[in-house]
Write a protein that binds this ligand. Structure first.
Ligand code: NAP
Length: 251
């Protein structure tokens, strides 16, 4: 696995880094020596705290407010990273939302909001990041899909479609960018203990947990460790993969 300083000299951008998995990924990449851009949309105070924590870990941090669903805001964000660090070496497309409801009650707004943030956001960021990665002949793009994108789930048609879309995006970009030494992979986390799952009822949590072979929800650090490995030089021969991190859910 990655050691101290495995990512030194690299600059990373983590979308949705104010909370949950993104926060843990940002802190882990900083611990491994990367400079880290902390993107968020609404939660400024939390994002500032992550930025400070990255600096406390001895690394450089940039606070990057931007809605990943907005082409203009994404462009501005990447321009700022370009000016400060000369571009992004490691992109973690992590920002994500859910707006769950059964299909007959699902509004067009809820469909669009989820697809725009989870899928279009990843496209916009990958497009912007690829420009410098191609120039440098080195890059890592890591897309946060979900087990729901593979298996589907009732009440999550928009979320499942966005996460399945990320898998297609990952495979297409892996082929397209391989000749420039850029790897592109997707993770499919199962149930990770964050704000996104804390809203589940106790009954739903017990139902899910009974299906996890390792008999626990994942931690954000579990996911961050895998991201750090995929970002590292040691993972240079892994591309186009969809890697499960779910404790053996529904084996
Ligand atoms: P979370 O705790 O709800 O945090 C979501 C993050 O995304 C926040 O930092 C939020 O920023 C940011 N965000 C939301 N919309 C954004 C936008 N339009 N532009 C920029 N940032 C935006 O989520 P999480 O549980 O850590 O999940 C992170 C990723 O992993 C998501 O893609 C999720 O689908 C995926 N995932 C999670 C699980 C799980 O069990 N938790 C399982 C599988 C996959 P603000 O704080 O500013 O709102």
């Amino acid at each position: 696995m990655t050691g101290q300083g495995a990512l030194s000299g690299k600059s990373a951008l983590v979308t949705g880094a104010s909370r949950g998995i993104g926060r843990a990924v940002a802190l882990r990449l900083a611990r491994d020596g990367a400079k880290v851009g902390i993107n968020y949309r609404a939660n400024q105070e939390a994002a500032e705290a992550v930025t400070q924590a990255v600096r406390n870990a001895g690394s450089e941090a940039l606070l990057l407010p931007a809605d990943v669903a907005s082409a203009t805001q994404v462009q501005g964000m990447f321009q700022e990273v370009e000016r400060t660090w000369g571009g992004v070496d490691i992109l973690v497309n992590n920002a994500g939302i859910n707006r769950d409801s059964l299909i007959m009650r699902m509004s067009e707004e809820d469909w669009d909001a989820v697809l725009d943030t989870n899928l279009k956001g990843a496209f916009l960021c990958a497009r912007a990041a690829a420009r410098t990665m191609v120039r440098k002949r080195w890059g890592r793009i890591i897309n946060m899909s979900s087990v729901i994108g593979v298996a589907g789930n009732a009440g999550q048609a928009n979320y499942a479609a966005s996460k399945a879309g990320l898998i297609g995006l990952t495979r297409a970009l892996a082929k397209e960018l391989a000749s420039r030494n850029i790897t592109v992979n997707a993770l499919t986390p199962g149930f990770i203990d964050t704000d996104m799952v804390s809203g589940m009822s106790e009954e739903a949590k017990a139902f899910v947990r009974a299906r996890i072979a390792l008999d626990r929800f994942g931690t954000v650090e579990d996911v961050a460790a895998l991201v750090a490995f995929l970002a590292s030089p040691e993972a240079g021969y892994i591309t186009g993969q969809v890697i499960g991190i779910d404790g053996g859910l529904a084996l």
